[in-house]
Design a protein around this ligand. Structure first.
Ligand code: GDP
Ligand code: IMO
Ligand code: MG
Length: 427
C-alpha cells in the first residue's frame, strides 16, 4: 500500500486540517512529517471547532493511529496543552497517538532565540509565529539539537543544560539576557508527561504498516510557498513543506508515495511578511478577510488576502507531483459580481510569464488577471455537485484547464459535512 500525502499549495492555512479529518476514515494511519506548533489546523464537526497544532488531524477517529514523525519539531508544553484540551472534550488522545523518538524538541530557549532574532531583523523580520521553529531546526541541522528519545536518557538534564548554555551566549550576543526559569519548570513537567506517552521508532512503525497493506495519509503543515528551498525565501518556514519532506520526515521511500492531494483556497492568503503578488490592500481584500474569517489559527493575526494566483499554483503542483486538487472556501466568494484570476505575471522587462521568477519581490512584477463572472449563490447551502451553479462550474473548469489536474474535492464551509466530491470534467 502507499503513503498518500496532503500538501498546502499556497502560504498555509488552506484548510488542511479539515480535509485530513474528512479523508481520515479511509486510512489506517495519519502522520505529520514536518513543522510544529507554528501550524494551526482547524476541524469543525457537530457544532464544535477544534484547532490542532502538533497533533495530527486524524485524532478524532479513535480507530486510526496518529503519528508525530521524526521531521516534526515538538514543543512538549504546547503538546501537553493540546492533549488536555482534547481530554476536556472527552477525547483521550494518548491511546492512538505515537511520537517519533527522532522528532526534535523545542526548548523554552528556542522561543527566546526566535524572538530576539526577529527583533534584530527589524523591518526585515520574517513574521515568525515565535514558536521556536527556526532555532530548533537550526540546532537539528547544526547537529546539536535534542530529540524526543533523549528524554529517556539518564543524562537528559545535562544535555539540556549544555544546549541552553549555547543559547544563553547567543541571546547575549543579541544584547539580551536569557530568563526562562518559569518556562523551564513547565517544560520539565511537560517532558515528564511526554515520557509516559507512546514514544516509538516511527520509521519502523510506518514501513511495517506499509508492508502489512495499511493505508497512510501524511499531513503537511504550512504550504509549498513557505518551503525552505522553494518558497519565497527568506520569508519561509524552516522545514521542507513539499512531498519530499514526507520522505525524510517519516522515513518513507519515494516509491511508496501514492496520491498527492494539493489543497488551495479559491482565493489566496498569507500571514507574516514576504511577497504576495495578488495581494488586495483595498476593501475587496477586507471583504474576503471578513467573509473568510481570515485570522491566524495560531497567532490570531489578520491574514493578508488576494486573488488566486495560477503561476504559484502551477509551481507548487510541479514541485509536489499533485494528482488531485482540493479547492477550499469557495463559499467565501459568494458576494462578488466578478472573480479575478491571476494567470500570468508581467515582469519589469515586459515579458509575460506563467513561471515563478527567482524573486517574487522584483520591483515592478505585476499580476495579469482574467476576470470571470461570480456565481452569487450561497455555496454553503449546496449538498451535491449536481446543484453547483454554472458560473461556479466554469470557475472550476477554468482552473482545471490551466492547472491540468482534476479538482476532486470542493469545500463549501468549515464543517466536515460541507465537502463535495467531484468527478473531474475537463482536466
Ligand atoms: P490549515 O492550517 O490548512 O489546516 O487551515 P486553518 O485551519 O489554519 O485555516 C482554514 C480556516 O478556514 C479554518 O478556520 C477552517 O475552519 C476554515 N475553513 C476550512 N474550509 C472551509 C470552507 O470551505 N469554507 C469556509 N468558509 N471556511 C473553511
Ligand atoms: P499551517 O500548517 C500560515 C508562516 C509565519 C511566517 C513564516 C515563518 O496552519 O498552514 P515560523 O513560525 O515557521 O518561523 O514562521 O511562516 N507560517 C504559517 N503561515 N500557516 C501556517 O501553518 C504557518 N506556519 C508558519 O506566519 O510568515
Ligand atoms: Mg493553519
Amino acid at each position: 500500500m502507499a503513503v498518500d500525502i496532503l500538501i498546502g499549495l499556497q502560504w498555509g492555512d488552506e484548510g488542511k486540517g479539515k480535509i485530513v479529518d474528512v479523508l481520515a476514515p479511509t486510512y489506517d494511519i495519519v502522520a505529520r512529517f514536518q513543522g510544529g506548533p507554528n501550524a494551526g489546523h482547524t476541524l469543525e464537526f457537530e457544532g464544535t471547532k477544534h484547532v490542532l497544532h502538533q497533533i495530527p488531524s486524524g485524532i478524532f477517529h479513535s480507530e486510526i493511529k496518529n503519528i508525530i514523525g521524526n521531521g516534526v519539531v515538538l514543543d512538549p508544553v504546547v503538546f501537553r496543552t493540546e492533549l488536555q484540551k482534547l481530554q476536556d472534550r472527552g477525547v483521550d488522545a494518548t491511546k492512538n497517538l505515537y511520537v517519533s523518538k527522532k522528532a526534535s524538541l523545542i526548548l523554552p530557549s528556542h522561543k527566546v532565540l526566535d524572538r530576539v532574532s526577529e527583533e534584530a531583523l527589524g523591518s526585515g523580520k520574517i513574521g515568525s509565529t515565535l514558536k521556536g521553529i527556526g532555532p530548533t531546526y537550526q540546532d537539528k541541522i547544526g547537529r546539536v539539537g535534542l530529540r524526543v528519545g533523549d528524554i529517556l536518557a539518564s543524562d537528559f538534564r545535562d544535555r539540556y543544560n549544555k544546549l541552553v548554555e549555547r543559547h544563553r551566549k547567543t541571546v547575549e550576543f543579541y544584547g539580551q539576557t536569557l530568563e526562562i526559569s518559569e518556562q523551564e519548570k513547565d517544560f520539565f513537567e511537560a517532558v515528564d508527561q511526554l515520557r509516559s506517552l507512546q514514544l516509538v521508532d516511527s520509521e519502523y512503525m510506518i514501513n511495517e504498516a506499509l508492508q502489512n497493506g495499511k493505508r497512510i495519509l501524511a499531513e503537511g503543515a504550512q504550504g509549498a510557498l513557505l518551503d525552505v528551498d522553494f518558497g519565497t525565501y527568506p520569508f519561509v518556514t524552516s522545514s521542507s513543506t513539499i512531498v519530499a519532506g514526507a520522505c525524510t520526515g517519516l522515513g518513507v521511500a519515494p516509491k511508496h508515495i501514492g496520491e498527492v492531494y494539493g489543497i488551495f483556497k479559491a482565493y489566496c492568503t498569507r500571514v507574516g511578511s514576504g511577497p504576495f503578488p495578488t495581494e488586495l490592500l483595498d476593501e475587496v481584500g477586507e471583504e474576503i478577510r471578513q467573509a473568510g474569517r481570515e485570522f491566524g489559527s495560531t497567532t490570531g493575526r489578520p491574514r493578508r488576502t488576494g486573488w488566486v494566483d495560477l503561476p504559484t499554483l502551477k509551481y507548487s503542483i510541479m514541485l509536489n507531483g499533485v494528482t488531485q486538487l482540493n479547492m477550499m472556501k469557495a463559499d467565501v466568494l459568494t458576494e462578488f459580481d466578478t472573480i479575478q484570476v491571476c494567470t500570468h505575471y508581467k515582469l519589469p522587462s515586459g515579458e509575460i510569464t506563467d513561471k515563478v521568477p527567482h524573486s517574487l519581490e522584483e520591483a515592478g512584477l505585476q499580476p495579469v488577471y482574467e476576470t470571470l463572472p461570480g456565481w452569487k449563490v450561497d455555496l454553503n447551502k449546496i449538498e451535491s455537485v449536481d446543484e453547483l451553479p454554472e458560473a461556479f462550474n466554469n470557475y472550476l473548469q477554468f482552473l482545471e484547464k490551466h492547472l491540468q489536474v482534476p479538482i476532486t474535492i470542493v469545500s463549501v464551509g468549515p464543517d466536515r459535512k460541507s465537502t463535495l466530491r467531484r468527478e473531474a470534467v475537463s482536466a
